[in-house]
Design a protein around this ligand. Structure first.
Ligand SMILES: Cc1ncc(COP(=O)(O)O)c(C=O)c1O
Length: 370
């Protein structure tokens, strides 16, 4: 049995055919306000899944977040509340708008603490970006309640959570704008890519403008924008992957339940993302280890199992943010999680034997180090 990576895209003949069809058509990009045929087909599938009025495809999850903030008019002097326990993009897009990220702490489920958000709001707060960490929805009712009382826009960082639900509603439909990633390891992929969902007609128009240098007809820029268009090849790939999403999610769930079974005896490794009112898409299956996380990760790798810490350094402790003066911010739960989390392979392509190997290797490492 070969090395089992932490994550792996599942691509088949349908994806190959979809990509080759675009190559044969010669229509690689349609630089219009509406986007090309493949882009529109992909957007329609995401719209149906989420039950939203608009989906705007872009060329990365980062572009999705940046586009959403630009469309909301986030600018220098504004503050945007974000977690530090996230991928860099969530905070970097705030800097890209010339605004100030205000980091807040998380709960034991790794998602933004709504009480910390409430405390962080000032007159300058323009938006908040809760992240559905590892594909597990954040406390959106509480976050929305604070945001609406304070006049703050909500942008979901749903990069990891396509298909997850909160009280029966899809992530991405729980805020002013939901931002998804189609990066190579995500729940579905187009290599690089992203999408933004919204029910707001005016915002949707601005999102389309930002995606395409502010143009409607060409050379008539009316809003600051960029080239954030999704290429047709990527859209065709993403469209096929959307058809497979249900199957992918069922396999992820089945694999996660099997890992829970295999590891249920290890009390020092806790799974903390479980509430009856939301569904997890298990983009990552993550345990909180009492100690020796890095030794256990190393032992797993030596046994042929790719385990990863997401994220070993909170954003406010990365060199850029240290230089910008954020390092002294006290976020105890964030720092504790960064030291203790470890994700195990849970992707749809794992066989029962693979899962057994992940489980056995973890039990062996736990015996030595936990
Ligand atoms: C939580 C989170 N936010 C944002 C992003 C950015 O997405 P992308 O890599 O597609 O730019 C990612 C994924 O990389 C992510 O995991």
């Amino acid at each position: 049995m070969g090395f089992i990576p932490i994550n792996k895209p599942i691509l088949g003949e349908e994806e190959k055919k979809a990509v080759l069809d675009v190559v044969s058509s010669g229509m690689l990009v349609n630089a219009s306000y509406e986007g090309g045929e493949q882009v529109r087909a992909f957007e329609g599938k995401v719209r149906n899944l989420l039950g939203v009025k608009h989906v705007v495809a872009v060329n990365s999850g980062t572009a999705a977040l940046h586009t959403a903030l630009m469309a909301m008019g986030v600018k220098p002097g504004d503050e945007v509340v974000v977690p530090s326990f996230t991928f860099l993009a969530t905070a970097n897009v705030v800097l890209a708008c010339g605004a100030k990220p205000v980091f807040v702490d998380i709960k034991d489920d790794y998602n933004m603490d709504p009480a910390a958000f409430r405390k962080a709001v000032t007159k300058k707060t323009k938006a908040v970006i809760p992240v559905h960490v590892y594909g597990y929805p954040a406390d959106m009712d509480e976050i929305r309640e604070v945001a609406s009382a304070k006049g703050v826009r909500v942008v979901e960082d749903a990069a990891e959570s396509l298909g997850a639900t909160y009280k029966g509603t899809q992530t991405g439909k729980l805020s002013d704008a939901g931002c998804f990633s189609l990066y190579a390891t995500k729940v579905i992929t187009s290599g690089e890519g992203g999408a933004i969902s919204t029910d707001d007609d005016e915002l949707a128009d601005l999102l389309r403008l930002v995606r395409n240098h502010g143009q409607v007809h060409g050379y008539d820029s009316r809003h600051l924008g960029f080239n954030y268009r999704l290429p047709e090849i990527c859209a065709a790939l993403a469209s096929v992957q959307m058809d497979k999403l249900d199957g992918f999610l069922r396999a992820r769930e089945r694999n996660a339940r099997r890992l829970m079974e295999l590891l249920s005896g290890v009390k020092e490794a806790e799974f903390t993302q479980d509430a009856g009112d939301r569904t997890h898409v298990f983009y990552l299956y993550t345990l909180r280890l009492r100690k020796n996380r890095d030794k256990i990760a190393k032992a797993l790798k030596e046994a042929g199992v790719g385990a990863g810490a997401y994220w070993p350094t909170p954003v406010h402790k990365t060199p850029l943010y240290v230089k910008l003066g954020y390092a002294k911010k006290s976020l105890p739960k964030t720092e504790d999680a960064a030291k203790k989390v470890l994700s195990l392979p849970v992707y749809p392509g794992l066989s029962p034997d693979d899962l057994q190997k992940v489980g056995d290797s973890f039990l062996e490492a736990a015996r030595r180090y936990l």
